[in-house]
Design a protein around this ligand. Structure first.
Ligand SMILES: [Fe+2]
Ligand SMILES: [Fe+2]
Length: 350
């Protein structure tokens, strides 16, 4: 009888040990990653609102700065890598990113391929790549095969989803039905993991102009309400959606349990990239200036407020001293120029 009891105790102990190992092997303690977005990199680029002449230096130096962060786990580049889909810029960008010490993931932006609007009747054809060229160039960096959207596990218990929001005809965004089906399936299959979604276009408005029908509604996907509903089905496994495209200082907004964060562009003022530290119950962010001379960033600021930045002016920021103040507040964002903060996350029940 005693022997039987001993056997049961040993078996029970072994079973708990297996369960313990099983549960911990699917969790991560901390993931540190960088988001670099909107580099619009151009060989022989020109300075405007986008600091094209410095764009190669911005990318090269950012890669060097990221390589100095000892505990960095991976990097995500959230679109608009290139000025306007030039093949030589694609190859050059790939060469710079391949110098990263850590794995990197890529999603496409609306400037990374030739859009139909560039096909003007009677005009010489515009030389540029198509979206498939981006996908095949960055195979293994999120992309696996021909799909423009992807899922990846950089470490046990952490899942990343890269969405493609680009449309062939203009600079706005849309998530097609087949991609929504993928998103739903992918989130359902990874419910036990912390999932972070990356997309170039936004799912929320960052100002009145971004709302549907507004002057700048192409900064958002046109079917955000439908996609947000899919995210919301999978709280708490997904609570983070990180985007680019807007070229403003880092902002955060929480809608129905999902934290939407827009990341600052590297190529235009305020030229920054972002370092995130993610744990199962919080995410901390810290933006950094791109590592170039202060004069370049000062010129970027002057160009944003000057003629090159006119296209980007919000409706409530007309040209002039008063409008400039409004515009600067919008682009820099509230508080300090470098943003730092922590967002609490609802842990996934074990
Ligand atoms: Fe951009
Ligand atoms: Fe964009």
């Amino acid at each position: 009888m005693l022997k039987k009891l001993n056997k049961l105790i040993v078996l029970g102990f072994a079973l708990s040990l297996v369960l313990f190992i099983f549960s911990t092997s699917f969790a991560f303690e901390k993931a540190k990653f960088a988001v670099v977005t909107d580099t619009h990199m151009a060989l022989y680029g020109e300075d405007g609102m986008k600091m094209g002449a410095s764009s190669c230096k911005i990318v090269e130096n950012t890669v060097k700065a990221l390589n100095k962060i000892d505990d960095l786990d991976f990097v995500v580049v959230t679109g608009d890598l290139l000025l306007d889909g030039e093949p030589w810029n694609l190859d050059l960008m790939k060469a710079y990113l391949d110098d990263l010490r850590v794995p990197y993931y890529v999603i496409c932006g609306n400037h990374d391929y030739a859009q139909a609007k560039t096909a003007k009747p009677g005009a010489a054809p515009y030389v540029a790549i198509n979206k498939a060229a981006v996908i095949w160039t960055f195979q293994g960096h999120g992309y696996r095969g021909a799909d423009a959207w992807w899922g990846a596990d950089p470490m046990p218990g952490l899942h990343l989803i890269g969405l493609d929001s680009n449309v062939p005809v203009h600079w706005g965004g849309h998530i097609p039905l087949s991609e929504m089906k993928f998103l739903d399936k992918e989130l359902s299959a990874n419910k036990d993991k912390v999932t972070v979604v990356f997309c170039h276009h936004n799912f929320v408005a960052w100002c009145k102009d971004d709302e549907l029908g507004g002057k700048f509604d192409k900064f958002q996907v046109d079917n955000g309400a439908e996609v947000r509903k899919i995210f919301e089905k999978y709280v708490p496994s997904v609570q983070l959606v990180l985007t680019g495209h807007r070229h403003i200082g880092l902002r955060h907004q929480k809608v129905n349990g999902i934290n939407y964060i827009v990341n600052p562009a590297a190529v235009s003022y305020p030229n920054q990239f972002t370092i995130y530290t993610l744990t199962p119950d919080s995410i901390s962010y810290e933006t950094k200036w791109v590592p170039v001379e202060k004069e370049i960033i000062a010129t970027g600021k002057a160009n944003l407020l000057g003629k090159p930045g006119n296209w980007w002016r919000p409706s409530d920021a007309p040209v002039g001293a008063e409008g400039d103040k409004v515009m600067l507040t919008f682009f820099e964002g509230p508080g300090d120029l470098l943003k730092k903060g922590t967002i609490e996350l609802k842990p996934i029940a074990q």
